[in-house]
Design a protein around this ligand. Sequence first.
Ligand SMILES: [Zn+2]
Ligand SMILES: [Zn+2]
Length: 346
Amino acid sequence: MKAVVYEAFSAPPQIQHLPDPTPEAHGVVVKVMATGVCRSDWHGWMGHDPDIRLPHVPGHELAGIVEAVGKDVKQWRVGDRVTVPFVGGCGSCPECYAGHHQVCDSQFQPGFTHWGSFAEYVGIHQADVNLVALPETLDFATAASLGCRFVTSFRAVVDQGKASAGQWLAVHGCGGVGLSAIMIANAVGANVVAVDISAEKLLLARELGAVATVNATEVADVAEAVIEVTRGGAHVSLDALGHPTTCFNSISNLRKRGKHVQVGLMLADHSTPAIPMSKVIAHELEILGSHGMQAYRYGAMLDMIQTGKLSPERLVGQRISLERSIEALTSMDEFQGIGVTVVTEF
Ligand SMILES: [Zn+2]
Ligand SMILES: [Zn+2]
């Protein structure tokens, strides 16, 4: 198969021809029809992820068709249209038994713990636990765009933040994660305040349902600006970027007993940000994380897509070839276009 491979961190990846994967007894091999390019892939390539062993094939936001099925797999057949969450569960640890596959003790993460989907084929572990069937109406590029940023935002807003109709929800950072969260929070009836430094992204945030915006370059204190707009602070606030400043602002702009959900990754130099802990105590704030979403929770989200309440296809940006994914991956730190870039040609 054709695949994007890197043999050293930060060294240029190359297209190589590798043997096709074969399914494990509990796994499947998926023919990749679309795969998203994500900042986590860039972090992995830079050497920020201790799970990655070289040489490595990146890619974790995939959708495709089941090509081969392991002998112990019960629920899946060759030809099924599928996707997977970026964190897969082992199915047999205490967290998995409790239904928390997204924090499994021995996680399967294509593109991190194992070779990923910047390739014609990818092996998936524990297919009966981790695969999600795609509705016929959902195209592969849109399906691929769900697995990481969109599901993590869905879990952050719905399952962790428990945002509800009439509540104020602040979103710090309007990249792929933030715009997904805005769309989802709007769909559940929350009033969304979007924060970013780009007027263009804030305009898109409005189109996707934000009722107010704060341009961080135009106010002296972002948290104060959000507290003013929301007349007392957000009930739920998300750091959708993953930066010490946005994390601090997201906690600082909460109203009493509000919830901060950390969605953007905090890696390398950013892994231990400052937190206004005195406010957390005095205001009884909650600090939560969101780390993907279990495959079995996709049903609720897919139903909202099918009924038109969520339109993730609006967040799909450029469609590119596997060859061009190398440049998209390695330049991710310099330039982030609007929307999710998806590889659709292999
Ligand atoms: Zn991702
Ligand atoms: Zn597990």
